[in-house]
Design a protein around this ligand. Sequence first.
Ligand SMILES: NC(=O)c1ccc[n+]([C@@H]2O[C@H](COP(=O)([O-])OP(=O)(O)OC[C@H]3O[C@@H](n4cnc5c(N)ncnc54)[C@H](O)[C@@H]3O)[C@@H](O)[C@H]2O)c1
Length: 317
Amino acid sequence: MRAFITGGAGFIGSHLADALIARGDSVTVLDNMSTGSTKNIAHLQGKIQVHEGDIRDKALIEKLVEQSDIVFHMAAALGVKNIMEHTLESIDRNFNGSEIVLHAATEYNKRLIIASTSEIYGKNPNQPLNEESDRVVGAPQKIRWTYADAKALEEAVAHTLHKTHGLKVTTVRFFNTVGPRQTGQYGMVVPRFIQSALKNQDITIYDDGSQSRVFCHVEDAVKAVLTLSETDSTIGDYFNVGGVGEITIKELAAKVIERTKSASAIKFVPYSDAYPAGFEDMQRRVPDISKIKRFIGWQPRHSLDSIIDSVATNLKG
Ligand SMILES: NC(=O)c1ccc[n+]([C@@H]2O[C@H](COP(=O)([O-])OP(=O)(O)OC[C@H]3O[C@@H](n4cnc5c(N)ncnc54)[C@H](O)[C@@H]3O)[C@@H](O)[C@H]2O)c1
């Protein structure tokens, strides 16, 4: 199978490329290297085709989509800090760029997997979140939600193109996904904590650390994506992909210190010191993964300990 991955030099995209190559597919990657890196796919040199370019380049997207059998649309601007500091550029990439990919897949009648996000549920307090849960987001001046808004619109366009033009799309809503090659640079909490712990520096928690999350190893997430893509009954549908085991951010910091045998201390800073105005957070974010279990029998295998260990090993190496 000829697979085309947008954002294939990124964290999830590069692991997907590994899995597709292992399966015997031919793989083409398009990436603008904004948050991705050639380092993430250096080990695949000679095995995959790499194009450095932008998903908003319509002619290039049309050509690469036409030449493929299946498209995995992973490219996006992400990371809360990144979105808040580069808001207009992020909206343009995440909505307008995605629209180009969606229309090309429709025109050439290709199987498409799109990467959406748990952020679309916003701060809905009714947890765990299932695929029919409402979106509860703040006012438009709360800029954080523009990422969720653009992704939700992308999903809505995909859903409509499926209904009206038969687009063979499956939507994957990733919850916090973690593993080797993810950087802490854009505010991702697990690599950020582990980086500090390995240097015995203070681990900085925003707010009081009582907010909770659930983490999923990227290998598990990629397995979910591949199985969804191989299952025709998932076409036109949308699935949460997330881990199990809710943990508060304060407990996470303690666990990171324990597993890395670090001498780091924990420091608390208010959100207002960490983010520009326009930030707000959700207190809990817990996935209900019963739908994907029911459809394809998928469930995550990695524990949080094994996630922390694999990220620490990668950051040390
Ligand atoms: N990692 C998570 O926890 C998580 C959670 C929810 C959703 N997602 C979604 O999964 C997908 C992959 O995320 P990731 O964690 O691997 O992040 P990432 O930043 O590592 O990957 C995104 C990739 O897209 C590339 N890119 C960005 N804009 C582009 C453009 N205009 N043209 C071409 N390439 C572009 C980046 O350089 C990067 O390589 C994204 O769509 C993201 O929104 C990730």
